[in-house]
Each structure stands twice: as structure tokens, then as C-alpha cells.
Ligand binder design. Structure first.
Ligand code: GLU
Length: 487
């Protein structure tokens, strides 16, 4: 058995799209599951789409996701260079293109813009493409040579048959057969001397000994042409896995606006890299059982690419948030505190015990940005409606709450020890004396000290954090509001 070799081959065009990240992850998992190698290749032959800094984003993303490559521009494995623009300088693409010309599988084309503009166009997958009419195929060897010698600009095109069919195999979609008449004579070498993606990926995947290619199914329609190139060279076709599109909840393409689109967009929204990786792994792949939480190491162990599904994957933000929350719950307290700190500081400027507050929110948030709304009452008592004092189950209403707060206020003033335990004992003593249920007392107090219906902690924990002075102030405020309400 040959060793599995996979590659992630991003084009440096910006942030790392979720779809690309999934392809990369599956390539990584296929290789690692089998003790194979995972390679990084930078596909920068499309100079027009090149974005400054995009290569750094690629490295950063690989590092943050833990998809560590075994070979790449920074780690030579003997089949480099690993950047296509550098490979081009070695003359590799031109050499192979000329080999195809020799074999009659490709030809020089000198048609100028005007002529190409006059050709028939067809709309393929929403894009207008010109169907080349093989005009230059009829040039004699001498004519071609004369044109080249005269320095006439040229491209090299694949020479596809116009009759018969081509069949290739995809792991998800099975055998696919197309009529050769549908295959345009795509450009292999552009007029700037660069290879097209279509040509470079075939030459590179072969010369870099790639065994499995995972990519989005937007490449499915071009694959017969790639397969014809492999056949023309007499090379083995790699195992193809074309993944279905990932859509948003409305079955539309993921967009920047909805925040789904790239890995870094998701990090900006406060998601953890591990949770995103875990979630993306499940966008089209599932294990044998219903398990959903997987570390990267566990994914490596479990990942069987035969279990990838071809039904379209829907990116469900609600699910990702839930998953992120699970990762936060499982995180150790120290790390959680460290990561939550910037968000806590955004909400709280007073010298309060942020560590304790962090511990309160850890199991109650799904993403870090949820923190602010949950804790801002510590900083300042929000305006609230006294209707909140009425709670059916606790058997409280505004009048009963007013009574409790008025009775408790002197005790709060007397109390010296504002630790959670001491406060709790004190309140329990009060409850006992009064002969009522806990909630009858705790509910109004918690409402008064927080001004919120839901809080990440109980009354006495909140009082411990805000301290004596602030507690008294807030209870007094509650009394004042309730007096006005019951008047
Ligand atoms: N450079 C291509 C892209 O970023 C790679 C496609 C492939 O994996 O073959 O879409």
C-alpha cells in the first residue's frame, strides 16, 4: 500500500473560508488517520486574485486549528518548491505543457482578444465562458514556430476530443460520465506564462505524490478535464472527494454579512478554534454513533472518509454556539478566566472580584461576548420594572417584597461579614424567624441587588461581590421603587 499523502492547496485570496477549512481538515484527517503526510501548497498563480497578507492568514489558521502540516514552504519534504509561483520558475509547468503539445493533447493558441470576443459564449455555473473553436489547432508546426519566433503572445490549450465520453470516479458521487463535446479546450498556460489552476493542480498533485484530493464540488465539473490530463500523461488519478456546498440556515451561500464565512470571522465573534474545528468536521461527516464532541486527536482516530455524506451541509450557528458552550464548560477555570478577562473588563471597570464573576458565568455562556450582558449589573444597577418582584412560585408580589426589604435593611446594615456564607446564614436565620419559604426572601433581595430577572448567581453571591455599601444602596433603591409602585 502506498502511503497516503494529502494536501491543502489554498489560494492566498483572503481569509480562510469555512468551505476551504473543511476541505483542509478532511485532508488532514485522512492523512493522519492513516499515518500519512499532510502537505501545504500555496496556489498563487492567479496574480489578479492575490491578496497581500493572505499567506500569513493561512499559516495562522493552520496553527490555530492544529492542522499542522508535515511538508510545506517552511518544511521541505523533498518535492518542493511548495509555492506555485516558485515552482513555475523551475520551468516545470512549461515542460509538461510542451510534453502534451508533443503528444497532440495540447496546442498553442495565438488568438487575440478581439477574435476571442467574437466567439460563442456559454453560461456554465453562473459564469460566462467562451467556448474556444479550436481555430489554432489547425496551425502547422512551422506556423507555430514562426509565431513563437516573432514573439507573438500565446496560451497553451488542452486539446479535448469532441466525440465520445469521459468517465471518472468520485468517492461521494460515484462514476461520472460526461460527453466530450462538453469539454472546452481549457487554457493550461496563460499568456503571462503562468499555469492556470486547472493545469498546475494536476502537475503538482502528481509530482508531489498526492494520493487523495478533497475539495469543494465546484471543481466537479472540471474534473473530467483533469482526468484527461492524467490519462494523457499516463499518470494515476488520485482519489477524488468532492464535498457538497455548505449553506447557511436559509440554504443560501455562506456570506460575510451573516458572519459564517471565514474561520477568522468566527474567532472574531468569540468562538474557540477547537469548537469551530469540531463543528466543521461534522459538516458532512458523522461517526458511527451519535457522538458530537471530538478533540482533534479524537477526530484523527475516528475519521473514516467513507462516511462523508453528499447531502448539502447546513451551517447552523445555533448548533455551533451550543458546541462552543460545551467547550467552555469543559475548560479549566484558570484558562477560562484568562480568556474571559477582556470581555469582563469591557463590562466591569469597578475593582470587583473578576475571578469569582468568571466562575459564575463559565457554565452559563455559549460564547465570550455573552458575558457582557450577563455581568453588567455588577457594575451598575440597571433600571428595572418592579413587576419583576412578583413571582408566582415564590409567592411574592410588590407588597410582600417591600415588607421583606424593609425588614432586612437594618440587618444588612448591622452585618459586618459580607462573605457569601455569612450572608446566607444571616438570611436563613431571618427566614426561620419569619416562618416563610426561602424564595419568599431570596427572590426580592436578588431582584433588588441585581435589577435582573436572571442572574448568573444567587442573592448572597452577588452581595459578596458588590459589597456592603453597594448592597445597602441597591436595597434602599428597591424600597423606594416599591413604595412608589404600591402607593
Ligand atoms: N487553490 C484551490 C482553491 O483554493 C484549491 C482547490 C483544490 O484543492 O484543488 O480553491
Amino acid at each position: 500500500m502506498t502511503k497516503i499523502r494529502t494536501r491543502y492547496a489554498p489560494s492566498p485570496t483572503g481569509r480562510m473560508h469555512v468551505g476551504n477549512l473543511r476541505s483542509a481538515l478532511y485532508e488532514f484527517l485522512i492523512a493522519k488517520h492513516d499515518g500519512g503526510s499532510f502537505m501545504l501548497r500555496i496556489e498563487d498563480t492567479d496574480q489578479e486574485r492575490y491578496v497581500e497578507g493572505a499567506v500569513d492568514i493561512i499559516y495562522r489558521t493552520m496553527e490555530k486549528t492544529g492542522m499542522i502540516h508535515d511538508e510545506g514552504p517552511d518544511k521541505d519534504g523533498g518535492v518542493g518548491p511548495y509555492v506555485q509561483s516558485e515552482r513555475m520558475k523551475t520551468g516545470i509547468y512549461m515542460k509538461y505543457a510542451k510534453e502534451l503539445v508533443e503528444k497532440g493533447e495540447a496546442y498553442y493558441c495565438f488568438c487575440d482578444k478581439e477574435r476571442l470576443a467574437s466567439l460563442k459564449t456559454e453560461v456554465v455555473e453562473g459564469k460566462e465562458i467562451t467556448v474556444y473553436d479550436k481555430h489554432c489547432l489547425s496551425l502547422s508546426k512551422e506556423e507555430v514556430e514562426a509565431n513563437l519566433a516573432a514573439g507573438k503572445p500565446f496560451v497553451i490549450r488542452q486539446n479535448n476530443p469532441t466525440e465520445g465520453t469521459t468517465t471518472f470516479h468520485d468517492e461521494l458521487y460515484g462514476d461520472i460520465t460526461v460527453d466530450n463535446s462538453e469539454l472546452d479546450d481549457m487554457i493550461l498556460i496563460k499568456s503571462d506564462g503562468y499555469p492556470t489552476y486547472n493545469f498546475a493542480n494536476v502537475v503538482d498533485d502528481h509530482t508531489m505524490n498526492i494520493t487523495h484530493v478533497v475539495r469543494g464540488n465546484e471543481y466537479l465539473s472540471s474534473s473530467p478535464k483533469y482526468v484527461r490530463l492524467y490519462d494523457a500523461f499516463g499518470w494515476d488519478v488520485p482519489v477524488y472527494v468532492h464535498l457538497p456546498l455548505i449553506t447557511d440556515e436559509n440554504h443560501k451561500k455562506l456570506s460575510k454579512r451573516s458572519g459564517h464565512s471565514s474561520f477568522e470571522d468566527l474567532l472574531d465573534q468569540g468562538f474557540l478554534a477547537e469548537a469551530v474545528v469540531n463543528y466543521i468536521a461534522l459538516l458532512g461527516w458523522s461517526p458511527e454513533d451519535n457522538r458530537e464532541i471530538f478533540s482533534l486527536d479524537e477526530l484523527i482516530k475516528e475519521f473514516d472518509y467513507h462516511r462523508i455524506s453528499k447531502s448539502p451541509a447546513v451551517f447552523d450557528m445555533v448548533k455551533l454556539k451550543w458546541m462552543n458552550g460545551e467547550y467552555l464548560k469543559a475548560m479549566n477555570d484558570e484558562k477560562f478566566y484568562e480568556m474571559a478577562l477582556p470581555y469582563l473588563k469591557e463590562a466591569i471597570t469597578k475593582p470587583l472580584d473578576l475571578k469569582k464573576i468568571a466562575a459564575m458565568v463559565k457554565t452559563r455562556i455559549e460564547v465570550f461576548p455573552d458575558i457582557k450582558e450577563l455581568v453588567d449589573f455588577f457594575e451598575e444597577l440597571p433600571e428595572y420594572d418592579t413587576a419583576m418582584y412578583t413571582h408566582k412560585k415564590m409567592k411574592t408580589d410588590e407588597a410582600s417584597s417591600l415588607e421583606v426589604l424593609e425588614e432586612i435593611l437594618p440587618l444588612l446594615k448591622e452585618q459586618e461579614d459580607y462573605s457569601n456564607d455569612a450572608l446566607y446564614q444571616m438570611l436563613l436565620g431571618f427566614v426561620e424567624k419569619k416562618g416563610c419559604k426561602n424564595g419568599y426572601v431570596m427572590w426580592p433581595i436578588r431582584t433588588a441587588v441585581s435589577g435582573k430577572q436572571m442572574t448568573p448567581a444567587g442573592a448572597t453571591e452577588i452581595m459578596e461581590i458588590i459589597g456592603k455599601e453597594e448592597t445597602i444602596k441597591r436595597v434602599e433603591k428597591g424600597i423606594e421603587l416599591l413604595k412608589n409602585a404600591v402607593k
